[in-house]
Design a protein around this ligand. Structure first.
Ligand code: 7TS
Length: 406
C-alpha cells in the first residue's frame, strides 16, 4: 500500500473556494492538518473530564491526570524510548531545544567549548545556541551543506577533531528534505566525546523513529506537525542526563518541597514541567499517535516517498524551475524550488488564487538560503492526505504563474 486514502478524515480539506476548487494543502512542513479523531479527542476532554491535573482528588481530575500521563507512555512507545520519564512535555520543538540549551548547556558548557551544528538548521536549532554562545563565550561551528543538499560528512569528520561538547542537527531539513545519516553521526559524535541532539521536528511525522537505535541523547519534536494540535511538543532526554540537569522554568508542579528561600525539585520529567500543562493538547497528541499507528509509519513513509518522487519528477518538467536539495534517493517530502521568472511570494499568491497553499520565503532557515545565494524559495511539502491530484494541481497552478510572469 503506497497510496493512502485518508482525505475523508480531514474536515478542513473538504473546503472549496468560490470557484469550486478543493483546498490543496501543501504546507505540512509548517503545520499539519488534523484528522477528526484528534479534534474529537480534544473536544471530548473538554466536554467530559476537564480539570487540572496532578492535584485534584475528585474523579474527573484523576481521569484527566491519567489521560495526560497515558500520552507520555504513548509518546515513549512511538519513539521507542526506554522510559516514560524520559519524555518531557514542552510547548514545541523550539522550546525543547531551548530547554537543553538553558538547562544542560548553561550548566555544562564553558568558555571556548565547541557546539557543532549544520548550515541547514531551522532557526530553532541555531538561535538558542547563538544566545548561549554569547553568554558563555562558546564557539559555534557548522557542518557544510554540499551543492546537492547533502551534509559534507568528510568535513564532519574533520570538525569532530575539534572535540565539540555537543553536535546538534536536524533529522530532516525543512527546506531541502535532506535526511542525514543520523545514527552514524550520533555514533561519530559519541566517539569524539560529544553529546548528540537530534531535531526531530520534520522526522517524527514522516518516518518510524527508534530513538534508542539512533542513540541520540536529546530529541526534540512538535505535536502540530504530526497531526496533533499546536501548543505541545516533546523533549526526549536520556534519563541520567535529565536527572543531572537543573530545572529551566520554576513554579508549581516542578517541585517536591518548597521553603521560602529554596526548593527541592520534583523527579523527571515533572521537574521540567512548571505550571499547568497543555492537557487537552496532550490528549490530542495521543489521538494523533493512535491515528498514525493505525496507518503504520512504514505506510506513511511509503506514501510520501512515492508522492515526493512523483512531485520532483513533475516539477522538473516545468520551465525555469530549479529544486533545492536532493533530487533522488532517500529524502523527505519538503520540496523547495525557485522559478527564474517570478519571486516566490508571487508564486505563492497566484497558487493561493487557485486554493493551493504553499509556503514562500526563507522557511526559518536564512543561513541555508544564504548558503545557496538565494533570498527565498517556494516550498511544497506533503503528508498523508496529499495525493497525485495535489501535485497535478500544483503543476497547473505553476503554468498559470508562468503565463502571468513568464
Ligand atoms: N526544527 C525544524 C527542522 C523545523 O522545521 C521547525 C519548524 C522547527 C524546528 C520548529 O518547530 P516549532 O513547532 O517549535 O515551531 N518548521 C517550520 C517550517 O518549516 N515552516 O514553519 C515552521
Amino acid at each position: 500500500m503506497t497510496q493512502l486514502n485518508v482525505l475523508e478524515d480531514f474536515p478542513i480539506l473538504k473546503q472549496t473556494d468560490k470557484n469550486g476548487n478543493r483546498l490543496c494543502y501543501l504546507d505540512s512542513a509548517a503545520t499539519s492538518q488534523k484528522p477528526e479523531p484528534v479534534l474529537r479527542a480534544m473536544d471530548d476532554y473538554y466536554h467530559t473530564i476537564n480539570a487540572n491535573i496532578h492535584r485534584g482528588i475528585y474523579h474527573i481530575a484523576e481521569e484527566a491526570t491519567a489521560a495526560h500521563e497515558n500520552v507520555r507512555e504513548k509518546v515513549r512507545a512511538f519513539i521507542n524510548a526506554g522510559a516514560a520519564s524520559e519524555i518531557v512535555f514542552t510547548r514545541n520543538a523550539t522550546e525543547s531545544i531551548n530547554l537543553v540549551a538553558y538547562s544542560w548547556g548553561r550548566q555544562t558548557l564553558q568558555k571556548g567549548d565547541v557546539v557543532l551544528l549544520t548550515e541547514m538548521e531551522h532557526h530553532a536549532n541555531l538561535i538558542p545556541w547563538q544566545l548561549l554562545a554569547a553568554e558563555k563565550e562558546l564557539r559555534l561551528e557548522f557542518i557544510p551543506v554540499k551543492e546537492d543538499g547533502q551534509l559534507d560528512l568528510e568535513a564532519y569528520a574533520g570538525l569532530l577533531d575539534m572535540r565539540p561538547k555537543l553536535v546538534s542537527i536536524s533529522g530532516m531539513s525543512n527546506v531541502l528534505g535532506t535526511i542525514p545519516p543520523t545514527k552514524q553521526m550520533a555514533a561519530d559524535a559519541h566517539q569524539a566525546g560529544a553529546l548528540f541532539l537530534l531535531d526531530g521536528a520534520q522526522m517524527v511525522p514522516h518516518q518510524k523513529v527508534d530513538i534508542r537505535d539512533i542513540d541520540a541523547d536529546f530529541f526534540a519534536f512538535s505535536s502540530h506537525k504530526m497531526l496533533g494540535p499546536t501548543g505541545i511538543g516533546v523533549l526526549y532526554g536520556k534519563q541520567a542526563l535529565l536527572e543531572a540537569m537543573p530545572p529551566f522554568f520554576g513554579g508549581g508542579e516542578m517541585i517536591k518541597k518548597v521553603y521560602l528561600r529554596s526548593f527541592i525539585a520534583n523527579d523527571v520529567p515533572w521537574k521540567f514541567e512548571a505550571g499547568t500543562p497543555a492537557i487537552a493538547e496532550a490528549i490530542g497528541l495521543g489521538a494523533a499517535i493512535d491515528y498514525l499507528n493505525a496507518i503504520g509509519m512504514d505506510h506513511v513513509s511509503a506514501h510520501e516517498e512515492n508522492l515526493t518522487e512523483y512531485a520532483i519528477r513533475s516539477l522538473l518538467t516545468a520551465p525555469g524551475l530549479k529544486i533545492l536539495g536532493p533530487l533522488n534517493g532517500k529524502r523527505g517530502s519538503a520540496v523547495s524550488f525557485t522559478v527564474d521568472y517570478a519571486h516566490p511570494h508571487d508564486v505563492a499568491q497566484i497558487l493561493d488564487s487557485e486554493n493551493i497553499c504553499v509556503r514562500a520565503g526563507h522557511h526559518c532557515a536564512m543561513p541555508l538560503h544564504d548558503r545557496f545565494a538565494i533570498p527565498a524559495t517556494t516550498r511544497a511539502s506533503f503528508y498523508i492526505y496529499n495525493t497525485r491530484d495535489d501535485v497535478d494541481r500544483l503543476l497547473t497552478g505553476l503554468e498559470k504563474v508562468h503565463r502571468l510572469f513568464g
